[in-house]
Design a protein around this ligand. Structure first.
Ligand code: NAP
Ligand code: MG
Length: 491
């Protein structure tokens, strides 16, 4: 079918060993989450398909691991180039597939392209070391791990693909990637582009359900490293599967970030950032700042302006460049978010704005949820659980130490924001916050090469930074003596 000049294939088979392979168990429909219209079909991969993909990755491993770092660097730069050339089309595919506003995707693709270029460069200087020891040499070399099983969510598809593929490939591993059932199309279209660049079998893509393809992937005995981004609940299953087989695992999981507003801020500026920090991605982001710790001295004025700000946002069709809020990913997610809004009302929180599903003409199928703000306390369910929709809870504060304690009193620790002109206080807060990423006077600022990941139940390991290469490599220490110890040396 065609929509806004985008033509999809009628079916997307599996991508295994550089070929398009028919799935063992057929296909499943892909729907546009705004309109409900069928876009195409993707393969419903199962254990048999995963096994084929792992075999292809195993077959490609020795040769890929043996390529020079200069060659791998060139491959990654070539992938970045092809992604850049085709980004406008892929962005529109992601927009149609996920229902997120089109205007957001330029940031997704800039980040994704940067990831490939960063790891293309980083691998060139990611060296082991050697030193002279008594009568010999000590050599520490870094080796790839093997076949990596990678599983990603639907919210920011190309960022997730790049976060997973770029470091793993740079390090010399081969890959079986399972994208989310709700956002596989850009991944499959991207694979068609890089198939002409990468050797066959280096990257294999098996679409399908988490409970089928995903489950088979995490338990496959041929997988030597697991990397997962998604919910904390599924993250526990992935960690368990890795534990059973004693293989390394990296996990990027949920979040419930605090945004802390000090009383000295310029209120208009801080309101804009605070709003963007919770409604971006329609609220479907692990890194969002969904608990606003607002100082009591500026509380009333700030809240009035924040409500005004979010009520001005255009709720509309995802493909309209002026749209800022569009549909959630699917009905299940929509109902879940509406249920949390009900929980908030029943649990004693005060609804300040939003709270409803908005009907957008032509998009009756979608779950367009108004940006929703609750006045709450930190004990409430809506303040403690990840909602994954455009819902903010506002918590008033006065005492610095109490505020920091409350900001940290949550299961997650992925992101935090601080707004103040007082750098002494900002850094004091940043040091005390239990979060992997702290943004001061900004929210969501990704710098390529900066480690991204979570404290506490937000995960294990860091992506996007140089240290990620180590998560995809293992060190081997070789000690070498110039001659064997003479007989009799051991007494
Ligand atoms: P999810 O349900 O955990 O799914 C994530 C991925 O895991 C999907 O590909 C899913 O497959 C797969 N999966 C589901 N059940 C599985 C199982 N039993 N075994 C193996 N794989 C399985 O999460 P989601 O609903 O897609 O995404 C939302 C969550 O991801 C949120 O909690 C969010 O915070 C988190 N997230 C975290 C980050 C981060 O960097 N920390 C980034 C983005 C999202 P299917 O969906 O295809 O069935
Ligand atoms: Mg979709």
């Amino acid at each position: 079918m065609t929509s806004l000049n985008i033509t999809f294939d009628s079916q997307y088979p599996l991508f295994i060993g550089g070929e398009l392979i028919e799935p063992d168990n057929g296909y499943m429909d892909v729907l546009n989450p705004a309109t409900g219209e069928k876009l195409t079909q993707i393969a419903r991969g199962n254990a048999t398909d995963i096994d084929k993909a792992v075999q292809a990755a195993q077959g490609a491993f020795n040769q890929w691991a043996a390529t020079t770092i200069e060659a791998r660097s060139r491959y990654l730069n070539a992938i970045a180039d092809i992604l850049e050339t085709h980004q406008d089309r892929l962005m529109m595919i992601d927009c149609l597939d996920t229902g997120r506003p089109i205007y957001e995707f330029i940031a997704d693709y800039t980040m994704a392209i940067n990831q490939f270029r960063y790891f293309a460069a980083a691998i060139l200087t990611h060296e082991g070391h050697a030193r002279t020891i008594v009568n010999g040499q000590l050599i520490v070399q870094k080796e790839p791990i093997g076949v990596c099983g990678q599983i990603i969510p639907w919210n920011v598809p190309m960022i997730m693909i790049a976060f997973k593929l770029a470091p793993a490939l740079a390090a010399g591993n081969t890959i079986v990637l399972k994208p989310a059932e709700d956002a596989s199309l850009s991944c499959l279209e991207f694979a068609k582009l890089f198939q002409s660049i990468l050797p066959k079998g280096v990257v294999n893509i098996v679409t399908g359900l988490g409970t089928e393809a995903g489950d088979a992937l995490i338990h496959h005995p041929g997988i030597q490293k697991l990397a997962f981004t998604g919910s904390t609940a599924v993250g526990r299953l992935v960690a368990k599967a890795a534990g059973e087989r004693i293989i390394p695992v990296s996990l990027e999981l949920g979040g419930k970030g605090p945004q802390i507003i000090f009383p000295d801020v310029d209120i208009d500026d801080a309101v804009d950032t605070a709003a963007m920090g919770f409604y971006t991605f329609n609220g479907q982001g692990c890194l969002l700042g969904t608990r606003l710790f607002l100082h009591r001295d500026i509380y009333d004025e700030f809240i009035t302006k924040l409500i005004h700000r979010v009520e001005q946002l255009q709720i509309g069709v995802p493909t309209d460049p002026d749209t800022r809020i569009s549909t959630l990913i699917n009905e299940k997610q929509g109902k879940r978010v509406l249920q949390y809004i009900e929980d908030g009302k029943k649990g004693g929180a005060t609804l300040l704005t939003g709270g409803n599903r908005r009907h957008v003409p032509g998009c009756e199928f979608g779950y367009f949820i108004e940006p929703t703000i609750f006045e709450a306390n930190n004990d409430m369910k809506i303040s403690q659980e990840e909602i994954f929709g455009p819902v903010l809870t506002v918590i008033a504060w006065e005492d610095f130490e109490v505020m920091i304690m409350e900001a940290n009193r949550v299961a997650y620790g992925l992101s935090a924001g601080i707004a103040t002109n007082n750098m002494e206080l900002a850094l004091k807060a940043a040091h005390q916050l239990k979060a992997g990423n702290v943004w001061i006077n900004q929210f969501i600022n990704f710098q390529t090469g900066a480690p991204f990941g979570g404290y506490k139940e937000s995960g294990i390991g860091r992506e996007s930074g140089r240290e990620t290469l180590d998560a995809y490599m293992q060190s081997k220490t070789i000690t070498l003596a110039y001659r064997l110890p003479p007989a009799g040396s051991f007494g």
